[in-house]
Structures are given as structure tokens and as C-alpha cells.
Design a protein around this ligand. Structure first.
Ligand SMILES: NC(=O)c1ccc[n+]([C@@H]2O[C@H](COP(=O)([O-])OP(=O)(O)OC[C@H]3O[C@@H](n4cnc5c(N)ncnc54)[C@H](O)[C@@H]3O)[C@@H](O)[C@H]2O)c1
Length: 261
């Protein structure tokens, strides 16, 4: 059976750990070649080595801060020197920016969270959409997946600026879906609470975070990295070709249950 992403290239930001690494492994398993970005080169090399142990694919590593406009422009040119397409762009890199309510958040934190979580994805799309629109694939020539957050749906005061940055990313998703139709689809995924580096890889810390807000997860477990990577694979596959401008919530029912359990 043909693999879902054979002949296609996936560009994933923040691929040095967490969801980004898992998405990269999942795409490689389905035959994709990869452009992997992270701000941290060592973790990126680790992701590459893990993939090449199991899968035969071509990988371009690109260390950069996604909020650096010159670097993103440079990378967007480099990618097309090595590959003839970027079929899937996954805007995954993100930071929580510290535990601040929005009105006491230091200005530097505001700038950093907005630059990484919002300006970064905007720069990537801005630099890649023209080429993605002209690619050989049909009916969809390219796909964009933004990793947002449940915090972007219902405001979370404990991480106020993060909430705002992710709400705006969900809004960008809808806006770009309209701007880039009919050739490129744009969707977002909003994870709930998944144990990754963002929670110090610590389930107890994640549980304290839930308890602090009196929030429960109806499916009674934290999310896994695979829960998110599998949804990315669906959005990267032809099975989702008629879906654009949507935000898929993957949180075990957490957002639905807020104020109800
Ligand atoms: N883990 C969760 O429960 C959860 C929930 C909702 C949303 N998210 C979102 O999922 C995405 C991935 O998070 P994760 O949980 O895998 O965290 P993570 O910290 O394990 O991974 C994030 C990766 O992004 C990289 N990165 C950070 N700033 C960067 C920059 N400026 N340029 C390039 N790379 C950069 C980091 O080095 C890291 O490898 C983020 O956007 C996060 O906001 C996570």
C-alpha cells in the first residue's frame, strides 16, 4: 500500500521535542521527507537520529528562531534548493511565556510570547505560501497546520498572554483559510494537557495546573504526543481535503466540561 505522504515534504517547526518530534516521526513513517526546525540544534539532531534509525528519508535541519524575519526568509529559499515542495507546513513551535496574568505580564514576556507564538507562524506562511500554491499536487497543493491550544478558546488567566497568542493563531487559521483557498487548506489543532517539556515532562505539575483551576478531563487521562501527531497526519492526508478553517480540539473533553463538572 502507498504511504500517505510519499513524495511530499513536511516542514515542522519546534521539531526538537514534544509534539514536533512526534509529528516528524509520524510523517517519516508515512513516507515524507522532512525539513525540521528548532531553536535548539542539539535536540533537532537527536530527532533526526531517531528518525533515521527507523526510516529511510531525506531530512534538512534548520536551526533558527522562527520570530527572526531574515532567518525565516533565508530558510524558505534554502528549503526549495533541496526539495521541490513543502506540502505540509506545521507551525508547532511555541512557548508558554511564564505564569503571568495578562495585566502584570512584563513587556519583554508579552513581546516574546507574541513573537514566537504568532509572528513566527505568520512569517513562515508569508514566506512559503506563493510556492505552496503552485505545487504539483491536486486538488490541494499544500496544507498548513497551526498548533494552537485550548487556552486560545477559553481564556486561561494563569497564562494570559499565551491564551491571547493562541486565540489569535486560531483567528489567523480562519483568515488564512480564506486568503489561501482554493489551493491551500489551513487548519489548527488545539491540544489540552499533554505531558511534554512545556509541563517539565511532569504529570504531577500538569495535575497541579488542572487542580489550580478546578478543571477535570472527562476522558480521565492526560493527552499523549501521539494524540496530536495522529490528528496532524489526518490533516496532512487526502482524507481531510475538504476541511479548511477549522480548529480541532484534542483535550479529552476538557474544554467542553469547563464550568459543567
Ligand atoms: N503540551 C501541551 O499540553 C500543549 C497544550 C496546548 C498547546 N501546546 C502547543 O504545542 C506546541 C508544542 O509544544 P510542546 O508541548 O511539544 O512543547 P515543547 O517545549 O516540548 O516543544 C516546543 C519546541 O519548540 C522549540 N522552540 C521554542 N521557541 C522556538 C523558536 N523561537 N523558534 C524555533 N523553535 C522554538 C523548543 O526548543 C521546543 O523544542 C506549542 O505551540 C505549544 O504551545 C502544547
Amino acid at each position: 500500500m502507498d504511504k500517505i505522504l510519499e513524495g511530499k515534504v513536511g516542514l515542522i517547526t519546534g521539531a526538537g521535542s514534544g509534539f514536533g518530534r512526534e509529528i516528524a516521526i509520524t510523517f517519516a513513517r508515512e513516507g515524507a521527507n522532512l525539513v525540521l526546525n528548532d531553536i535548539d540544534l542539539e535536540s533537532l539532531e537527536e530527532t533526526r537520529d531517531i528518525i533515521l534509525k527507523s526510516y529511510d528519508c531525506e531530512i534538512l535541519l534548520y536551526q533558527m528562531d522562527i520570530s527572526d524575519a531574515d532567518k525565516v526568509k533565508e530558510m524558505s529559499k534554502e528549503v526549495f534548493k533541496k526539495f521541490d515542495n513543502v506540502f505540509v507546513l506545521v507551525n508547532n513551535a511555541g512557548i508558554n511565556g511564564g505564569l503571568y496574568k495578562s495585566l502584570v505580564c512584563p513587556i519583554e514576556n508579552y513581546d516574546r510570547v507574541m513573537n514566537v507564538n504568532l509572528k513566527g507562524p505568520w512569517l513562515l506562511v508569508k514566506n512559503l505560501f506563493r510556492k505552496m500554491r503552485l505545487q504539483k499536487f491536486a486538488p490541494v497543493t499544500g496544507k498548513i497546520i497551526n498548533i494552537a491550544s485550548c487556552a486560545g478558546i477559553e481564556p486561561n488567566p494563569a497564562i494570559g498572554m499565551y491564551s491571547v497568542s493562541k486565540a489569535a493563531l486560531i483567528y489567523f487559521t480562519k483568515l488564512w483559510a480564506l486568503e489561501l483557498a482554493p489551493r491551500i487548506t489551513v487548519n489548527s489543532i488545539s491540544p489540552g494537557v499533554h505531558i511534554t517539556k512545556i509541563y517539565g515532562n511532569d504529570p504531577e505539575l500538569a495535575q497541579r495546573f488542572l487542580d489550580m483551576r478546578g478543571v477535570k478531563i472527562p476522558l480521565n487521562r492526560f493527552g499523549t504526543k501521539a494524540d496530536v501527531a495522529n490528528a496532524c497526519l489526518f490533516l496532512a492526508s487526502p482524507a481531510s481535503d475538504y476541511i479548511t478553517g477549522e480548529n480541532i480540539v484534542i483535550d479529552g473533553g476538557m474544554t467542553t466540561s469547563i464550568n459543567k463538572l
